[in-house]
Design a protein around this ligand. Structure first.
Ligand code: ZN
Length: 311
């Protein structure tokens, strides 16, 4: 299977404006696409990433106002890690403290320092200060100097009570390989490896069963280069015995969805065409992006969505 690493990670939130403020102002990501949930066009689908929302940089949210909090646990993607430069932990610790963000003390994982911060809905975000080379260009930000800025994803940690079946899907079907083990955590990578490729399996029988809701991850998407490699991946998932969706055109990429054995929703998404398909790179995130079938309802959809700026 031709996978290149993480593509995007999608989570649930309860307040679109608080979500927008945290990911753009506090974390310094670029708001790259304002769209709607295609299954529920009265709610937003918000995308944050690097300057163009490159595959491997984009965290996205379905913010349902008033959504009840979920419970992080097993059978879920438990934590989402971004890559920051090795010398940037002090910058981020100071910044997050000044802005009043909830954090946990810095820990060490596979030799890298990890600073955990919780978004307004309690979603666990980790900043991994990695010594590994990461040449990805950060998003431009008014507040976060480029030397300290988030480079893109580092890893996704999956919460499990038993990692074997999930590890088998990663290694036997998806082309991942084991690269490191530390206590209850095993790390897998794919293709060229490095930050943005990693999936960590965290085995903890004490974890509660994860419940969907605000502050939890909805699904983890993996990169595949193009339509042909996606069709091939689809066949391989079918051959492995897992149930998988047909190809769905999400406008900015095409997607296929399946659940790995622990119940975590995976997606394989194409690198092309990307977020500049319906607005120029310079003004990404300013125009509400709608799929063609919703375009006739643009005026009423726009009128029903809350404004995101104006704090
Ligand atoms: Zn997705």
């Amino acid at each position: 299977m031709n996978l290149l690493g993480l593509h995007h990670i999608t989570a649930m939130a309860s307040d679109p404006r608080a979500n927008y403020d945290f990911y753009t102002r506090v974390l310094g990501l670029r708001f790259v696409k304002k769209s709607v949930n295609q299954d529920d066009p009265g709610t937003y689908h918000l995308y944050y990433g690097d300057n163009t929302g490159s595959p491997g940089s984009a965290i996205t949210f379905f913010p349902w106002p008033g959504l009840r909090p979920g419970r992080p646990g097993h059978g879920q993607a438990y934590a989402t890690a971004f890559s920051i430069p090795a010398a940037s932990v002090a910058f981020w610790s100071d910044r997050l403290a000044k802005l009043g963000a909830k954090t946990e003390p810095v820990t060490t994982r596979f030799g890298d320092q990890v600073l955990t911060v919780f978004d307004p809905d309690g979603l666990r975000i980790e900043l991994v200060a990695t010594a590994e080379p990461d040449a990805r260009q950060p998003a431009p930000s008014q507040d976060v100097p480029p030397v300290h800025a988030i480079r893109g994803f580092h890893s996704s940690t999956l919460g499990l009570t038993d990692a074997k079946a999930t590890a088998d899907v990663l290694t036997r079907t998806m082309g991942y390989r084991l690269v490191a083990e530390e206590g209850p955590r095993t790390r897998y990578t794919v293709a060229a490896g490095g930050p943005g490729s990693y999936v960590d399996l965290l085995t903890d029988p004490a974890l509660p069963r994860g419940l969907n809701g605000a502050g939890t991850i909805h699904h983890v998407a993996f990169r595949t280069p193009d339509d042909a490699s996606q069709v091939q991946a689809h066949s391989e998932i079918v051959r492995s015995g897992l149930h998988i969706s047909p190809v769905i055109d999400r406008a900015y990429f095409k997607s296929i969805y399946y659940r790995e054995p622990a119940g975590i929703l995976f997606e394989i998404a194409t690198d092309q065409p990307g977020f500049a398909i319906d607005e120029p790179v310079e003004s990404l995130g300013t125009k509400l992006g709608l799929p063609p079938h919703l375009e006739p309802h643009r005026a009423e959809i726009e009128a029903a969505l809350p404004p995101l700026s104006g704090f």
